[in-house]
Design a protein around this ligand. Structure first.
Ligand SMILES: [Zn+2]
Length: 348
């Protein structure tokens, strides 16, 4: 039996033809990007967290500074909440119309039971995630609306500041301790997500924000797409202390394939051997235990190793992990069961 994968993060919504006229048809095999239904099925991926969000377009000439030891990208500016909310509702509508057009092949799930049912029916399960709470006002009025629309996972920030907290800049080498923690509105957001049963994703959040959530949240700590700071000191990656806190909370870390966050030299080079990805996963398993490590590919949102290429290449990673000594029971946990476990502890 091939290993079935539920993935912790992708940005394909930005590229759907239901969202932008020049986008891809998710139901047809595409030659661009990383993810569509056909390539997911070829790779054993039966579902994942799909990110809604508004991201920055960087200009290498103006925004990127190459330093002696690495790089630094200028922090993206804050977003306007009203126009951001409008984009998010367009993205939600795009996914709903894709779901309809798929005639049952794709299902937007809001519970673990629905995800597991989709798996048994050979359907593809989407869990709605929003990457950055920039569309939400300080009274959190939009949060309930989004929950009713099916949102079950929320990143407090992307790599920019908002009224709730601050993301880390894209920088290497850099500590994730890059500024102040959550604002009072950010703390309210944590409490409200706990109450509603929305999973909080601490990817992109700076370190003080992380510790604020660790103190406040009643749910396990989750970072959907990140890597190990001790192996690649990019600001996006988690320190050993953060990993220890995630373990103590019984949370989960999804391993990001983004080469710039995997490679010890921080370079964005697709010739990145999968043994390096396996090294991060082995480190995470040592530090967190086998029940707290998962996959968060960042398909269609990052530069990933050529050896994976796209979603159809996921079995190459599974093979590499086997060579590193992971047996089927461990692989099932990393590929799927750990996401189901933490979602069961978090969703209502
Ligand atoms: Zn991200």
């Amino acid at each position: 039996m091939p290993i079935k994968i539920f993935d912790g993060h992708n940005d394909v919504v930005q590229h759907l033809r239901e969202y932008r006229p020049d986008g891809i048809d998710f139901l047809e095999r595409s030659t661009t990007g990383h993810l569509d239904l056909s390539r997911a099925q070829a790779g054993g991926m039966f579902g994942g967290f799909f990110a809604l969000g508004v991201f920055a377009k960087y200009n290498a000439a103006e925004d990127l500074t190459v330093t002696e030891t690495g790089y630094e990208v200028r922090m993206a500016a804050p977003l306007d909440p009203v126009s951001t909310y409008k984009e998010i509702t367009l993205q939600l509508a795009a996914l709903r119309s894709l779901e309809q057009r798929s005639l049952g092949k794709i299902r937007i799930a809001t519970t673990v039971d629905e995800i597991e049912q989709a798996r048994r029916d050979d359907a593809f399960a989407i869990l709605l995630h929003m990457e950055g709470a920039d569309a939400i006002d300080p009274e959190l009025r939009e949060l309930g609306e989004l929950y009713r629309s099916g949102l079950r996972s929320l990143g407090i920030v992307w790599s920019r500041p908002n009224i709730f907290g601050r993301g880390v800049p894209f920088a290497y080498p850099r500590s994730p301790d890059t500024g102040p923690g959550l604002t009072p509105a950010g703390k309210d957001l944590v409490r409200e997500c706990n109450r509603l049963g929305i999973m909080l994703d601490l990817a992109h959040l700076n370190e003080r924000g992380f510790w604020d959530v660790a103190v406040l949240s009643t749910a396990p700590l989750v970072v959907t797409h990140t890597c190990v700071h001790a192996l690649c000191p990019s600001a996006r990656n988690l320190t050993d202390r953060q990993l220890d806190a995630i373990r103590a909370s019984d949370g989960v870390v999804g391993m990001n394939f983004s080469v710039g966050d995997v490679r010890p030299d921080g370079q964005r080079n697709v010739d990145t051997p999968l043994s390096l990805v396996a090294q991060h996963i082995a480190y995470l398993v040592d530090r967190l235990g086998i029940d707290r490590v998962a996959i968060g590919s960042d398909f269609d949102g990052a530069t990933i190793p050529a050896a994976i290429g796209d979603a159809s290449g996921l079995p190459h990673l599974i093979d590499t992990l086997r060579q590193h000594g992971f047996d089927d029971a461990a692989l099932e946990k990393i590929a799927c069961q750990n996401w189901m476990r933490v979602l069961r502890l978090t969703l209502r």
